[in-house]
Design a protein around this ligand. Structure first.
Ligand SMILES: Cc1cc2nc3c(=O)[nH]c(=O)nc-3n(C[C@H](O)[C@H](O)[C@H](O)COP(=O)(O)OP(=O)(O)OC[C@H]3O[C@@H](n4cnc5c(N)ncnc54)[C@H](O)[C@@H]3O)c2cc1C
Length: 344
C-alpha cells in the first residue's frame, strides 16, 4: 500500500481510500464497473494523490476497473471546473451516468490545436458537427464533454447520448463520437484552458496506473521464478535472473517516486499554478519504466508469458497505450525541453 510505504506523500484520509480501492473488484461492462465504483464511494471528487492511490490499486488487479474510474474523472473535471451542469456531475459521480472526454480527432492528435469539429448556435443551444476518435468508453457513453471550434476560438460543450461507433484497441473500451448537427449544451468559452487543466490534474495519475500494472508484473514474476525449475534449481537461483528481478524492483521504486512527486506537486500547488513540468516528468518516467518492467516479466515467464490467458501477457497489452495517451512520451520530452530551454 502506497500510503504505508510512502507515507510522507500522504495526508489523513488517503489510507482509508486506498484500503477501499484495494477491496474493490468490478466485473462486466464499463457501465457495470462505473456503477459499482459509484456505489463503493470511489468516484467522489478528491485530490490528485487520491486518484493515484485508487488507480494504483485498480490497475494492479484489473485495468478495466482503472479505465472505468479515470474516464469518469476526465469527464467530470471540466464540468466541475466550469461550474456547469451540476446534475450531470452528480449522476456521474454516483456511477449512474458514463461520461467521456472528447478531445482527439483523426487530424488532431498530439497537436489538438488542429481540431475541426465545429459548434454552431441553434436557438438557445448549440449543434456540433465533426468526428472525435480514440475516445475511451465511447461505446457506452451517456454523455460526452466535447471540445469544438466556435469561429477562431475553441469552446467546451456537453452532448447527451452522443452517437458513437466502435474502434478496436486491445484491452480497452474505445470508440468514435460521430457528431452530425448533434444538439449540445455550452459548458464554457475557454475550451482549451479547461482541457489542459483537466489533463494536468489527471496526467500524473497515469503514472500511478502504470505503477499498478508494473507491481503486478513484478509480483507475478517473483512467484514464477521461485516455482519454475530449470538446470536442476528454481530460476530464482540463477544469478542473471536475480539481477533482472532486482532491476525490475529498482525501476518500480523510481517510477513510484516520480509519480507520487508529480501528484504531490499538483496537490500542493494553487488552482492557477501550472505544474505541467512535474506532471510530464512523472508520467513519462513511470510509463516508460512500467513498459520495461512488464517486458522483462514476460521474458522471465518464457513461453508461458505469451500464452493467451497469461497475466503478464495481458499486462503487456494494457501498459502499451499509457505511453501514448494524455501526452505521448516524446511530446512530453518536448514539453520538458521547452521548460528547461524555452521555446525553440
Ligand atoms: C487507448 C487510447 C485511449 C485514448 N483515450 C482518449 C480519450 O478518452 N479522449 C481523447 O480525447 N483522446 C484519447 N486518446 C487519444 C490520445 O490522446 C492520442 O492518441 C494521443 O494524443 C496521440 O495522438 P495521435 O494518436 O494522433 O498520434 P500523433 O499525434 O500522430 O503522434 C504520433 C507520434 O509522433 C510523435 N510526436 C508527435 N508530436 C510530437 C512532438 N511534438 N514531439 C515529439 N514527438 C512527437 C510521438 O512519438 C507520437 O507518439 C486515446 C488514445 C489511446 C491509444
Amino acid at each position: 500500500m502506497l500510503t504505508r510505504t510512502h507515507a510522507y506523500f500522504f495526508a489523513e484520509g488517503h489510507a482509508v481510500l486506498e484500503a477501499r480501492a484495494a477491496a474493490f473488484s468490478g466485473a462486466g461492462t464499463i457501465r457495470a464497473r462505473v456503477a459499482a465504483l459509484g456505489a463503493a464511494g470511489l468516484l467522489e471528487r478528491r485530490d490528485t494523490r487520491s486518484l493515484a492511490v485508487v488507480r494504483r490499486q485498480l490497475a494492479y488487479r484489473d485495468p478495466l476497473d482503472d479505465l472505468a474510474f479515470v474516464i469518469q474523472e476526465l469527464g467530470c473535471t471540466p464540468l466541475e471546473r466550469a461550474g456547469a451542469l451540476p446534475e450531470v456531475v452528480a449522476e456521474a459521480r454516483a456511477g449512474r451516468r458514463v461520461l467521456v472526454f472528447g478531445l482527439t480527432e483523426p487530424e488532431a492528435g498530439s497537436d489538438v490545436r488542429g481540431i475541426r469539429t465545429v459548434a454552431e448556435p441553434d436557438g438557445a443551444g448549440w449543434r456540433l458537427t465533426g468526428t472525435k476518435h480514440f475516445i475511451s468508453n465511447a461505446p457506452e457513453a451517456d454523455g460526452a464533454v466535447v471540445f469544438a471550434r466556435v469561429g477562431e476560438t475553441v469552446g467546451c460543450f456537453y452532448v447527451a447520448a452522443p452517437p458513437t461507433s466502435a474502434q478496436h484497441v486491445a484491452a480497452h473500451s474505445i470508440g468514435r463520437l460521430e457528431l452530425d448537427g448533434t444538439p449540445a449544451t455550452k459548458v464554457a468559452d475557454k475550451g482549451f484552458a479547461l482541457a489542459f487543466a483537466t489533463l494536468e490534474r489527471c496526467r500524473p495519475s497515469v503514472g500511478a496506473a502504470a505503477v499498478g500494472l508494473a507491481a503486478r508484473a513484478l509480483h507475478e514474476t517473483i512467484a514464477h521464478v521461485r516455482r519454475r525449475h530449470q538446470f536442476g534449481a528454481p530460476l530464482a537461483a540463477l544469478p542473471v535472473v536475480r539481477l533482472r528481478v532486482a532491476e525490475m524492483g529498482v525501476e518500480l521504486e523510481t517510477a513510484t517516486l516520480a509519480t507520487l512527486h508529480a501528484c504531490h506537486t499538483r496537490d500542493a500547488a494553487g488552482p492557477t499554478e501550472r505544474t505541467g513540468y512535474q506532471s510530464a516528468v512523472g508520467k513519462l518516467v513511470a510509463t516508460e519504466a512500467a513498459q520495461r518492467i512488464i517486458d522483462q516479466a514476460v521474458q522471465l515467464h518464457g513461453g508461458a508469458g505469451v500464452e493467451e490467458d497469461a497475466i503478464v501477457q495481458r499486462l503487456y497489452r494494457a501498459v502499451r497505450p499509457l505511453r501514448i495517451y494524455e501526452g505521448a512520451t516524446d511530446v512530453l520530452y518536448s514539453a520538458v525541453a521547452e521548460h528547461l530551454l524555452g521555446a525553440p
